[in-house]
Write a protein that binds this ligand. Structure first.
Ligand code: PLP
Length: 424
């Protein structure tokens, strides 16, 4: 059974110098976070020398497994030549071409540093392009930690009881209309009432920050139709699903054509990245072609772009997405079989899944209230003691990489069913 003595000591130290002892609230969990220091393939290792099969995968990016040799070599080659020029580079051009090649809705992109920056900039562009201020998002949808979207936000914001953050100006929060996910009637009636004032609808194609909740039939298509009819933009937040559910993201899988797309996580091969893009007609409004301002010292950083280009090539050449999808199907079906009779529901698509401690189907953010959050905390800790690292909250997704072995999946299922019998 794993013990966490050194993590506990480090948490005492970190609380004196880091807010809450962490650099992101999503990493804060009870009784104290486990401090990691090493990784290889499907495994991560903590400061006490414990080994874990990792299903958090850095909150998503590591579909390749940790420390993939090709991404490592690409980064090392770039390090030999420099890691920050603040100038244009050929690699930025190569990356932009690769992204447009795989996303038919994208003519032009801008590369930034995080998903947060990508969605923040895409919303500014949507507002600048339409000349409207209001945006629509969905309850429990998480699009990063910036003001317009920290309104009924999922992920860490919900886990820590702050879906509406103090500090967001009321006047700005009022411009964000929040609707229930998958509720076609509410969406239609908002557009009928104030469609002409809505700059855009921003949505994750598959809900990923209030557990994994796929769209109901026709819901994304309805967003597409209404936004087109009322002259609003459809901003598809593919920070989680981009380069994960297929090379062309969820838009390829579902046959959608959004106006703007945001990417991150897998797109950076594990390096910090955000990308947003769309058709030239809209993108030309961005500075320096247009007057919607957006800029960044580290945007298109050479190390990140080197990792990203290699990651995208690798995804295709090694057929990583299909392989990871098959692992995802396997773990979901095995877990569901193993927990029959317990109030547990494993849902998801592709290489992502949620273990809801609840016997009913979860269709929206409100349904999560039916889940047993106290039991999940114990489940998370007991799994870690038994060598399986899960995301620390039921709001966050579990991810599987293409290098997780069948043996690891079997072991995980056996451990999870034993632990769940104990904690429920
Ligand atoms: N959009 C979605 C759908 C996300 O899940 C996240 C982060 O989890 C973001 C945006 C923000 O990305 P980042 O954490 O890289 O800023």
């Amino acid at each position: 059974m794993n013990e966490f003595r050194r993590s506990k000591e480090l948490f005492v130290r970190s609380q004196d110098c880091l807010v809450g002892g962490v650099n992101s609230p999503a990493r804060s969990y009870s009784p104290f976070p486990i401090f990691m220091e090493d990784s290889e393939g499907s495994k991560i290792y903590d400061v006490d020398g414990n080994e874990f099969i990792d299903y958090s995968l850095a909150f998503g990016p590591q579909i390749f497994g940790h420390r993939h040799p090709r991404i490592k070599q690409a980064v090392e080659r770039q390090l030999e030549r420099g890691w920050a020029f603040g100038t244009s580079t050929e690699k930025e051009v190569e990356l932009a071409e690769l992204v447009s090649k795989h996303y038919s809705s994208i003519d032009k992109v801008r590369v930034v540093n995080t998903g947060t920056e990508a969605t923040m900039s895409a919303l500014r562009l949507a507002r600048g392009y339409t000349g409207r201020d209001k945006i629509v998002k969905f309850e429990g949808g998480f699009h990063g930690a910036h003001d317009s979207v920290l309104v009924q936000a999922g992920s860490g914001a919900s886990t820590h009881g702050a879906p509406d953050s103090p500090g967001v100006p009321r006047e700005l929060a009022e411009k964000t209309i929040v609707l229930p996910w998958n509720d076609k009637e509410k969406l239609k009636s908002v557009f009928e009432e104030i469609g002409g004032e809505i700059a855009c609808v921003i949505a994750e194609p598959v809900f990923g920050n209030a557990g994994c909740i796929p769209p109901k039939d026709g819901f994304l298509e309805l967003i597409r139709d209404l936004t087109s009819d009322y002259g609003s933009l459809f901003v598809l937040d593919e920070v989680i699903t981009g380069f994960r559910v297929s090379m062309g993201g969820a838009q390829e899988l579902f046959g959608l054509e959004p106006d703007l797309t945001t990417l991150g996580k897998v797109a950076g091969g594990g390096y910090p990245i955000g990308i947003f893009g769309g058709k030239q007609e809209i993108m030309k409004h961005l500075s320096p072609e247009g007057d919607v301002y957006q800029a960044g010292t580290f945007s298109g950083n050479p190390v990140t772009t080197a990792a990203s280009i290699e990651a995208i090539k690798l995804l295709k050449e090694d057929n990583i997405i299909d392989k990871a999808n098959r692992k995802g199907e396997k773990i979901r079906s095995k877990l569901n079989k193993a927990v029959k009779g317990l109030p547990v529901n494993v849902e998801g698509i592709s290489s992502m899944f949620s273990i809801f401690l609840c016997s009913e189907e979860i269709n929206d953010y409100g349904d999560l209230e039916k889940c047993d959050f106290e039991a999940y905390k114990k489940f998370h800790r007991e799994m870690a003691k038994n060598g399986v690292y899960l995301p620390p909250s039921q709001y966050e997704l579990c991810f599987i990489s293409y290098v997780h072995s069948d043996r690891e999946i079997e072991d995980t299922v056996d451990i999870a069913s034993d632990v769940l019998e104990k904690v429920l």
